[in-house]
Design a protein around this ligand. Structure first.
Ligand code: ADP
Ligand code: NA
Length: 327
């Protein structure tokens, strides 16, 4: 294990999809053994930048908590907590916001993408990356596992660490990205885009709680091409290559090994093999989510304890920030 502190967050959007699991959560679980200090937050303050139904939001938080635990987040090794239970996030976000210029935020991807989808974006959506910076810096985090789409947001956190340190004296380490090296899992309906929960097409995304039948159906219907043989060529054959990628990741083998296993199979037959690998990989996760979800008070108690532990780490950092600022 190396030194340093890992922080990452995920919005409570309900149960994660296969892309979230293979592209992020599997790695989150692996990091627990590699760093002495690891924090994972269900970032509900971030999720209210879009309209949320209160009862649905509460339920989504528990779904995500159960999912993270089922995907291998171990509350003995990582601090798993709900962001809104640690009010220090909001307070540090305000202070960092006062160190951020308006133009600095205007070109960040989150705002550019989501404000386009609505006629007016909220102030919260605009300053979302500042809250992200606060999430990270509040724990003096050194390493942040992120997708490539988040790199610019992490750069803001780095800038804000520098700006704060320059103005008020050295306090925050500059957090570094831990980029996942794996390819993005693509939509099963349109392999030119990534698998995403916001995809309106029900057959495009595999949820980690999908039944074996649903998984098989979705993969059977996955868009491929008119070549029957299985090869890996993401440029020319994005659909088939996505299946190879999913197969390799789900079976825990490399792409060449997955292609070798497909030798002699038509894409149609290969889809059966891919489904089998995904079903096997997700079966224990699905069962564990079901089990955990039957006991909401247990999940709430786990989150409350995680919140206490997070607050214990956050409070002295925020106290120092307040002192430096002059409060
Ligand atoms: P979504 O695109 O479904 O809204 P998020 O943006 O909330 O997912 O991403 C949560 C985490 O899952 C991030 O670390 C992101 O990089 C990862 N992730 C999301 N979609 C995929 C995908 N299709 N393949 C691999 N990783 C993904
Ligand atoms: Na997203």
């Amino acid at each position: 294990p190396q030194g340093g502190r890992v922080f990452s967050g995920i919005q409570p959007t309900g149960v994660p999809h296969l892309g979230n699991y293979l592209g992020a959560l599997e790695n989150w679980a692996a990091l627990q053994g590699r760093f002495p200090s690891v924090l994972y937050s269900i970032v509900d303050l971030h999720s209210i930048t879009q309209p949320q139904d209160p009862a649905q939001l509460r339920s989504n938080v528990l779904d995500m908590a159960a999912s993270l635990l089922a995907c291998g987040i171990d509350p003995e090794k990582a601090i798993l907590f709900q962001q809104s239970q640690v009010s220090e996030h909001a307070e540090l976000s305000w202070i960092l916001g006062c160190l951020t210029s308006m133009p600095r935020l205007r070109h960040l991807p989150q705002w550019k993408m989501k404000s386009k989808q609505r006629s007016e974006g909220s102030v919260g959506l605009y300053t979302y990356p500042v809250l992200q910076a606060a999430d990270i810096l509040l724990y003096k985090s050194t390493h942040v596992p992120v997708g490539e789409d988040q790199v610019q947001h992490l750069e803001l956190a780095q800038d804000l660490a520098r700006i704060f340190n320059h103005r008020y004296g050295e306090l925050f380490p500059e957090p570094r990205a831990l980029l996942s090296s794996t390819q993005k899992v693509k939509s099963l309906r349109d392999p030119s885009v990534k698998m995403s929960k916001s995809d309106p097409h029900a057959m495009a995304t595999i949820s980690v709680t999908d039944s074996p039948e649903d998984i098989a159906l979705k993969i059977r219907r996955a868009v491929t091409d008119f070549t029957s043989e299985v090869t890996y060529d993401p440029e020319a054959r994005p659909g088939v290559s996505n299946l190879v990628l999913i197969h390799a990741a789900a079976a825990g083998v490399g792409v060449p090994e997955a292609v070798a296993q497909a030798r002699g199979l038509s894409t149609a037959a290969y889809k059966g093999l891919v489904s089998e690998a995904v079903v096997q990989r997700l079966a224990p996760i699905r069962e564990e989510i079901r089990r955990l979800r039957e006991d909401p008070p247990h999940l709430q108690a786990l989150l409350a304890r995680g919140g206490d532990r997070a607050r214990e780490m956050a409070a002295p950092v925020l106290a120092e920030v307040r002192r430096r600022v002059g409060f």
